[in-house]
Design a protein around this ligand. Structure first.
Ligand code: SF4
Length: 498
């Protein structure tokens, strides 16, 4: 094997450079310009680490080659080499370097005198980016002098159902990807040379913003590259293919006001342009009345929160299954009456599903419309609960029949406010219709934050911390259904207006 030296590229900088050479340059030269990662992105990193550690149980009693050399990759490479030479047969975080390119492999195993490499991903699917990642590892490991009999991806088995103790051998799926790695060898070697030059070059490559800013990952230098995109730009129009938006932008049509009347955009995007240019709310009273007239009191405004643990926590659940842990309901019994609040939040450490459905059935009673905003998730959860608790099938079916989706008038454009920016999610509709309700003042202000907070609670032991997080969760979910009432009131007013 070659003597370790300071690396120029690593696996992550290689993948970054494959997405955009400018991103690699910025990362290497002005890393402080990077956007701050969101709590959601941090949760994805932490999930990846946890699944990686769990996968080590597939090959127990290994030695971690890098743990003592976290900031010293040269030493980690030398240590890996030493472990191989001294006959260690299972090595975690095995570091290799070739031609100033560093890779850290999750698991390296020696079996019948041959070496097998394993890279762990917390996903259930194998993406092209993963194949590229493994191809790079295969290239560097072999070029550094270790012959690999095989290289595989370890991913999560989506069909695994937990029953009792987690069975790691069933939870994971191992897929050999050696053929892909061999096929990609020449691309890897060519790209490595190109990207090393980008990393070392004193001048920044000229790369315009484009669809590559979002694929395969949202670039973390958007705060830098997109800062000159004007307010009211064409990108403020949602639900339009990015290709079309970049076509407009690159042809010099940068703002919505500049989009010509004759264009390739669809009906909804054009409605947005017209209502934005006239600064006018569009209401189709007939269609909107039809939607509102189907509702019958009592009106239940309902919202669920769920979390999706990669590693199942409870028996009879699968990886990434939506586990409902909380709901909020605001019920208006009769016209002109005030809304009454009902809520449920599962206890930490206990499977919340059974209590959730039992309480929900009682709280929803048997009559009245149940309004949900974008009901797909709620319907899926109820159908899942029907399978998991067949004893409640008839009650769940009757709940499902009473659900009315409050997104409908927005999707069919019975009510359209240009501030919605051609998008109909509650995140766009609420600020457009009810400007005085602010979620960002809450400690937990989105479904994904609620999901992360509840998952963390499962292991929390500090009673004060638990009480505090529970209060924030209740506050957030309550706000969601309260917001739905506000949206509903705007729709009612629009119909009543002359
Ligand atoms: S924001 Fe886009 S152009 Fe800028 S570095 Fe990232 S991917 Fe490249």
């Amino acid at each position: 094997m070659t003597t370790p030296e300071k690396h120029i590229l690593s696996k992550s900088t290689f993948i970054r450079g494959m997405q955009c050479e400018k991103s690699l340059y910025l990362y290497k030269n002005v890393i402080h310009l990077r956007d701050t990662p969101s709590p959601e992105q941090l949760a994805v990193f932490s999930r990846g680490n946890n699944v990686g550690v769990l996968a080590q149980q597939l090959f127990p009693n290994g030695i971690d080659a890098s743990s003592n050399f976290k900031r010293n990759n040269v030493a980690a490479v030398a240590n890996t080499q030493k472990l191989i030479e001294t006959g260690v047969e299972v090595i975690y975080e095995a570091s290799f370097q070739y031609n100033q390119v560093l890779v850290i492999l999750d698991i390296l195993v020696k079996c019948n005198n041959q070496w097998y490499a394993y890279e762990v991903k917390s996903s259930v699917k194998i993406s092209n980016t993963y194949l590229l990642d493994v191809s790079l590892q295969h290239y560097v490991i072999e070029q550094s002098g270790l012959k690999l009999e095989d290289i595989s991806l370890i991913t999560v088995n989506p069909s695994y159902v937990k029953k009792g103790k987690l069975e790691v051998d069933k939870f994971f799926v191992i897929t050999s990807v050696k053929q892909d790695a061999l096929k990609n060898e020449s691309i890897i070697s060519e790209k490595l040379e190109k990207l090393k030059m980008v990393a070392l070059n004193p001048s920044m490559p000229e790369v315009s913003i484009g669809e590559h800013c979002f694929s395969p990952y949202n670039c973390d230098f958007m705060g830098t590259c997109w800062k000159n995109v004007p307010i009211n730009s064409v990108f403020e129009m949602g639900a339009v293919p990015k290709t079309l938006l970049f076509e407009l932008y690159n042809s010099g049509i940068k703002t919505i006001d500049e989009v010509p009347e004759k264009n390739n955009l669809d009906k909804n995007a054009n409605l947005h342009l017209q209502s934005k240019n006239k600064n006018e709310v569009v209401v189709n009273k007939e269609q909107l009345s039809k939607f509102l007239n189907q509702l019958s009191y009592p009106l239940y405004f309902m919202d669920f929160e769920s979390f999706m643990p990669a590693v199942p926590i409870y028996d009879n659940t699968k990886p990434y299954q939506h586990i409902p842990f909380q709901y909020s309901i605001h019920v208006i019994k009769n016209k002109n009456e005030k809304a009454v609040e009902l809520s449920f939040l599962g206890d930490e450490g206990i499977d919340p599903r059974k209590k959730f459905i039992e309480r929900l059935i009682v709280d929803l009673d048997t009559q009245g419309s149940i309004l949900v905003y974008d009901a797909l998730m709620e319907r899926n959860i109820l159908n899942g609960l029907k399978k998991d608790f067949p004893e409640y099938t008839s009650q769940i079916e009757s709940v499902l029949k009473r659900i009315v989706d409050l997104i409908q008038p927005f999707n069919e454009r019975s009510y359209y406010d240009p501030k919605m920016k051609n998008l109909t999610s509650i995140k766009n509709v609420l600020p457009a219709l009810v400007s005085d309700l602010h979620f960002n003042e809450l400690k937990i202000s989105s479904g994904s934050m609620a999901m992360i907070a509840y998952e963390k609670l499962q292991k929390e032991t500090d009673m004060f911390k638990i009480a505090e997080v529970r209060e924030h969760l209740l506050e957030y979910c309550r706000m969601d259904t309260f917001a739905m009432i506000k949206v509903f009131e705007v729709l009612k007013k629009a119909v009543d207006r002359d």
